[in-house]
Design a protein around this ligand. Structure first.
Ligand code: BJ8
Length: 388
């Protein structure tokens, strides 16, 4: 079985750029019908508040090198490409999703992002949530609950809506449903041999995000998961050939998909799991629907996300432990975007955990959105895979 023989999804799903374009048109229609849009950049954004305000959330995290040139007048060169690219689109007004956003919701995650929001607030309506950086201290939860109440007030005042407990509870239910469905989609990677290319898995998940009809999106995720499972049972289940099964951890990988992820699979390995924000990180824990106060339930869930901006970040290691076992991982590849200090520093612990506790091979790759280092990266990946 080769890389090319993996299940191909309809081009509508595979061509991310095409899907993005289709999304622009859908969003334009929604705006014309009076809908309000909240632009978001991070997994910590409590989307339930946005839905309960009858608004549409859209991810503005940029993944291309083209827009970086527009950021250069305001941002330093040695900054993470995700921030530079996202800010470049925003400041040059070349992203329709940013243009359509009535408000930007940001959080004080890494230094680069939080300072970028400050600059952005000079030309856009930006609300910044103060995210505590320790998620085990009880005082952090109190602070975060307060931040979520603040966001509720901001949305109510800006858009003349009332965010009731009932609306929040409905948004929690819908959000949990979506998380469960996406988790099942990612769990296709547990099948051995894996039926789906990791590159396709990652781009498909991004594409789901450009369908703004939640019901339709959920149906699409379920249908696609079932279709792929059936194909696996029929065509893949009894195949003997096995490739090294790779887990990707670290920063979001949308901007290095072609350069790094495709290279890994072309070199003969299967990416079967993503621990990062491009994968299951946020989907692993649901919002507790039994907690009476929906704001408290939302706060607890989001504060528990295992991003490296948290110190300490115990949950990331618990998740890695579980994912390495459940997805029968042979090796871990950590991808860190250039100048992302929190993930770069935490990688020391990740390497130790993977090699000493889980006894699996590990490689660290630092890169940006350019293609300049593709030769060097291919050589390192090929050498790494030969060792397995
Ligand atoms: S929850 S991973 S989406 S912050 S890569 S901008 S951390 S310097 S993207 Fe992230 Fe939220 Fe965390 Fe997820 Fe900064 Fe690092 Fe750049 Fe990053």
């Amino acid at each position: 079985m080769t890389y090319k023989e993996k299940i191909k999804l309809p081009s509508k799903f595979e061509n991310f750029t095409e899907n993005k374009k289709m999304g622009f048109l859908k969003m334009k229609q929604l705006k014309e019908s009076g809908k309000k849009v909240a632009g978001v950049f991070c997994t910590y954004t409590p989307l339930e508040l946005v839905y309960a305000a009858d608004m549409i959330p859209v991810s503005l995290c940029a993944t291309t090198e083209d827009s970086i040139k527009y950021s250069e007048a305001d941002l330093p060169k040695n900054l993470c490409p995700l921030i530079r690219s996202s800010y470049g689109f925003a400041v040059s007004d070349t992203c329709p999703y940013f243009y359509f956003s009535d408000i930007i919701i940001g959080e004080t995650t890494c230094d680069g992002k939080k300072k970028m929001y400050e600059l952005m607030s000079d030309f856009k309506n930006v609300h910044i949530m103060q995210l505590p950086q320790n998620n085990t201290d009880p005082i952090s939860l109190k602070l975060w609950i307060n931040e979520i109440y603040k966001l509720k007030r901001v949305l109510e005042e800006n858009f003349d809506v009332e965010i009731t407990d009932d609306k929040l509870k409905k948004a929690i239910k819908d959000g949990n449903e979506e998380r469960k469905n996406l988790r099942k989609f990612f769990e296709l990677g547990k099948l051995n041999p894996s039926p789906l290319s990791g590159v396709t898995m990652s781009s498909t998940q991004d594409s789901f995000g450009f369908n703004f009809n939640r019901k339709e999106k959920n149906e699409m995720i379920v249908k696609k998961t079932q279709e792929i499972y059936k194909i696996w049972e029929k065509e893949f289940k009894n195949k003997k050939e096995r490739k090294p099964r790779i887990l990707i951890t670290g920063c979001p990988v949308g901007g290095v998909r072609e350069k790094i992820l495709t290279t890994i699979e072309k070199a003969g390995a299967d990416i079967v799991a993503y621990e990062n924000c491009s994968g299951v990180r946020e989907k692993l824990t649901l919002i507790d629907e039994t907690i009476e106060n929906p704001i408290e339930a939302i706060a607890k869930k989001y504060l528990n996300i295992s991003c490296s901006v948290m110190s300490p970040n115990k949950k990331r290691f618990e998740d890695l432990d579980m994912l390495i076992d459940e997805y029968q991982i042979d090796a871990v590849i950590e991808i860190v975007l250039q100048a992302c200090h929190t993930f770069a520093i935490e990688s020391t612990k990740v390497k130790k955990f993977v090699t000493e506790k889980k006894h699996k091979p590990y490689i660290y790759i630092e890169s940006d959105y350019s293609m300049n280092d593709i030769g060097q990266i291919s050589t390192r990946i090929e050498a790494f895979l030969e060792m397995i």
